[in-house]
Design a binder for this molecule. Sequence first.
Ligand code: 0GY
Length: 290
Amino acid sequence: MDPDYLPFHPNPSKPAFVPPAGSVDAHCHVFGPGNVFPYAPERKYTPCDAPKERLFALRDYLGFARNVIVQATCHGNDNRALVDALKSSNGMARGVASVSRDISDAELTALHEAGVRGTRFNFVKRLVDFTPREVLAEIAGRIAPLGWHVVVYFEAQDLPELWDFFTSLPTTVVVDHMGRPDVGKPVDGPEFELFVRLMREHSNVWSKVSCPERLSKSGPPGYDDVVPFARRLVETFPDRVLWGTDWPHPNMKSHMPDDGKLVDYLPRIAPTAALQQALLVDNPMRLYWA
Ligand code: 0GY
């Protein structure tokens, strides 16, 4: 583990908010353990081990039923830890993998059978080396016939340059963490308006309204400055939003969130029972378990 890397919260609080029955934590990771599933040589950080058993225990403790486990960059295109977790989940987890252009059809089929339903393209420069757009377009063309979607992770200032690529993708496109807006800027200012426009004009674009702990400048426990951004998306696009804990919170340098408090943030961004049901149950079930 990197010396400045914070481990996940050892004993999160029990949330006061009770998620609706069948809720899905639609953005979380498994890391290692490194002695079984080694970290990728090209990784930009070395995390703490965050094995499947801990993830499934947290799911139960927080009142969730299912997980969507997202391949993180520290495992590169080696999806073995992810596949192992999916196969151990009794069908209660689906996955988003990272794949390279030279993956075979048989390997894609094996990932699908394990429960993978998407691939992730990461554009955050501190996390990955550059991959040419034509390579990503080729991968998107390969996974589309499987009914998979593409998850994209980028920072708000890069959206103008990425717009044409995103809008050319032939699949559903799921944006991680609202496209990482600068929440010091107005929620109705030009930067976030561009992201809202992407969703308004392209009905295949979804957003995770996750990670207040990464975006907030006001900080825990309330992450108050992120609430208007997430709530705007939940209320404007109730059928195309997802939420996840982001456990074990890789690369959090300022503080490590209490996962129970993250769950208590949910009714502030999805204030009605109908919005909570869509965000936590109906939307992820449609995308990952249909
Ligand atoms: C997240 C966020 C981060 C890391 C990764 O794949 C990754 O390594 O996504 C981050 O550092 O912001 O969603 O896990």
